[in-house]
Design a protein around this ligand. Structure first.
Ligand code: NAP
Length: 282
């Protein structure tokens, strides 16, 4: 049997959020304030450079000033801390975004502890993560989990009392997302690599969020016709194309709603980062 699957695309969600950001930037401009962010990049990883370009392009569309501090791969922990502390002290830098993971020789935990949580627009510092776990929304969230929440809200998908399964428990996606869903009064189940018979758990959920980083891992067996499926995964399909954690072609027509492998949650992430930059500035 086939059903009409609603495609949950990220573009209208991002546009909706951007309209609000523009109004807020204009209000700041009236007070001669330009929201400004500093992007810190260690090395030249292709993915980082690609994401950086997207952030800078969106900055200029929204009237936000973005600059980049590019550092050599062999930068020391002390040098990186100095750059973060300078940015913390700089009145005209409102938000800091640093690409992770950092090279292995750097002490990421110590470095993140030095970042002013009020400028941590990527929600990476211990203070901001702690707030997420306390259900306190006064801090900044990691962008991808927040993007998932914004997607669900934009498409009027009820969260209160909903059974939501989050597949993946990383500190960047799965864990903070589970806490944000809990704050929305969802009943949350977290699955991970040691979960037994995951499809029997996901197929009982109203909403499934896939964040496991395994190309096309979840197929129709994991869902039912009433499943709402949010695929956070960004993977290489082995043939040079990007694919999600969900087997899109196999699942389309068999679930109630589904995000596409490109143009889904990832489309919203940069906008969340910049919304948090404007909030930091405000
Ligand atoms: P990660 O740190 O590698 O974590 C993957 C998680 O999935 C872990 O908790 C792991 O369990 C779990 N897992 C792995 N294999 C599994 C399996 N077979 N069954 C159930 N759980 C399994 O990855 P991440 O950083 O959270 O990212 C997840 C995916 O989202 C990746 O594809 C990544 O590229 C993508 N992503 C997208 C965005 C975006 O903006 N769209 C942003 C960030 C990440 P254990 O804890 O037991 O190891």
């Amino acid at each position: 049997m086939s059903v009409e699957t609603v495609k949950l695309t990220g573009k209208p969600v991002a546009e909706h959020l951007r309209a609000n950001i523009k109004i807020r930037v204009a209000r700041l401009n009236e007070r001669n304030i330009i929201p400004t962010i500093l992007i810190i990049r260690v090395g030249n990883k292709e993915d980082d450079v690609f994401y950086e370009r997207s952030i800078l392009k969106n900055c200029s569309l929204l009237g936000i000033k973005g600059s980049v501090k590019e550092l050599p791969e062999n930068v020391s922990t002390e040098e990186l801390i100095k750059i973060i502390e300078d940015a913390n002290d700089h009145d005209n830098i409102h938000g800091i975004m640093m690409f992770r993971p950092l090279p292995e020789h750097l002490d990421e935990k110590v470095i993140l502890e030095k970042m002013n949580p009020k400028k941590d627009i990527d929600g990476m510092t211990p203070v901001n993560l702690e707030k997420i776990f306390e259900g306190d929304d006064s801090g900044f969230s990691p962008c991808t989990p927040k993007a998932v929440i914004e997607m669900l809200k934009y498409y009027d998908i009820p969260l209160q009392g909903a059974n939501v399964v989050v597949a993946g428990r990383s500190l960047v996606v799965g864990k903070p997302l589970s806490m944000l869903l809990l704050k929305e009064n969802a009943t949350v189940t977290i699955c991970h690599s040691k979960t037994k018979n995951m499809s029997s758990i996901t197929s009982r959920a109203d909403i499934v969020v896939a964040a496991i980083g395994k190309a096309k891992f979840m197929d129709e067996e994991y869902f039912t016709e009433s499943s709402i499926v949010i695929d956070v995964g960004v993977n290489d399909d082995g043939k040079g194309k990007i694919c999600g954690d969900v087997d899109y072609d196999n699942t389309l027509g068999k679930v109630k709603a589904l995000t596409p492998p490109t143009g889904g949650v990832g489309t919203i992430t940069t906008t969340i980062l910049l919304e948090q930059a404007v909030r930091a500035c405000e």
